[in-house]
Ligand binder design. Sequence first.
Ligand code: CTP
Ligand code: MG
Length: 229
Amino acid sequence: TGLWAVVPAAGQGTRFGAELPKQYLKLNGKAVIEHSLDALLGCCEIRGVAVALKADDPIFAELACATNPIVRRITGGAERAESVELALASLSEAQDGDWILVHDAARPCLSQRDIQMLLAKGRAHPVGALLAAPVVDTMKRATDQTEVAETVDRQVLWRALTPQLFRYGALRDALKYCREQGLPVTDEASAMEHCGLQPLLVQGSHRNIKITYPDDLLIAEVFLAGANN
Ligand code: CTP
Ligand code: MG
């Protein structure tokens, strides 16, 4: 069975609020998306990477990783899930039983160790898997008046990270089903869950942060400068 990757990179970075979309901001001399892609490209098993970009993206083509022969560009959609669906459709050589890694362009601190752990555990699971991290704060469920309704048991709560690893055919069908039914899909696992499936949570590094706000870029700088990332 083959292994492929999809990188959603068609977002605007609204919360970050920079002039450029956050995936193109410089981080230790390289664009954020180059760090994310280089991590995936470090995994020699991957046969092709489909990168979903905004329709009029003028920046990606200028990057060094754009010339890598296994990297292909496609036009993404208005929502992340739509970008992933379009990228999957572009991987026309992929077989239904092949595995797909989906990794946010905005997560530049992905380590080879986490990729390998996800592959080992995810490919041994009937559904697939996602990197995740236990929550560290005490969690509250709120009332409509922003008062505390209750404290939620934190032992069972995880933050979903990427990459997420699923079979090509199953993920394609799950995303299509959720789109047709109007079900909310904020990561690939949620699409599988809507189909009654239970993906495996694989504990990954807490350093695998998503760049969302300006401070995240400073934190990522420190993580990437550290030797054992
Ligand atoms: N993404 C995408 N297509 C979209 C929206 C998001 O490919 N229509 C990608 C982003 O480029 C990012 C990843 O999905 O790599 C995670 O999304 P998020 O962190 O929300 O990024 P943005 O949507 O760009 O940020 P914001 O929500 O603040 O605008
Ligand atoms: Mg977004």
